[in-house]
Design a protein around this ligand. Structure first.
Ligand code: SIN
Length: 197
């Protein structure tokens, strides 16, 4: 019989997988991956938009010099049935190395939506992306909640992500008076600033 540590796999989350943890895990740790940068370049047909009016969510774009901070979860393989369904709109699992704060590293998998997938939208300026997000919603809710929750989670992780924070600033300007209402509709977890540790 296998010990669970023999069959567990590290999964790296860099978008909603940081803050929406609807799957069991054995352990989680802040981690970094190298050679990838987080970008709001992926369309969302099934969570934060629709096929007719896709929202914008994050993917990873290859960039040799980049380092991306996120959350790594040690999970058992059965968890991937749920996660593959959740991430089915253009994402595929890729193997990568995860680097932990204590200097150790481990192999694992990360969901990447590569250019060319059916929902891929590609680059746009931060202001354009903010406008797009402000106008989008889908079965999982408002697109702006995805952005605000991600920005909040990245601050809790101590991650400086200029792309995400620039879009957040643009979005807050666009929403202005409406923002208080929008934030109060976020889950208590986000509104209360619950620690991730
Ligand atoms: C991830 O969070 O790791 C993948 C992208 C997403 O689900 O937002």
């Amino acid at each position: 019989m296998n010990d669970e540590s023999d069959t567990s796999i590290w999964l790296f989350g860099y978008g909603s997988l940081i803050y929406k943890v609807d799957f069991p895990f054995l352990e989680r740790r802040r981690a970094r991956i190298r050679g990838w940068t987080r970008r709001f370049w992926q369309g969302s047909h099934d969570h934060r938009g629709t096929p007719e009016a896709p929202g914008r969510v994050v993917t990873l774009i290859a960039d040799a010099d980049a380092v991306c901070t996120g959350m790594a979860y040690r999970v058992t393989p059965d968890v991937f049935a749920h996660l593959d369904h959740r991430e089915k709109n253009g994402y595929a699992r890729e193997a990568s190395q995860f680097f932990f704060d204590d200097g150790s590293h481990a192999p694992g998998v990360v969901y990447v939506a590569n250019p060319g997938n059916e929902a891929y939208l590609g680059p746009a300026g931060e202001h354009e992306i903010a406008k797009h997000i402000a106008a989008s919603r889908g079965p999982s809710g408002e697109n702006h909640d995805y952005l605000l929750a991600l920005a909040h989670a990245l601050r809790e992780l101590g991650s400086e992500d200029a792309h995400v924070f620039d879009i957040e600033r643009e979005l807050r300007e666009l929403l202005r008076g409406n923002l208080t209402e929008a934030e109060s509709s976020l889950s208590p977890q986000l509104a209360g600033g619950r620690g991730l540790g």
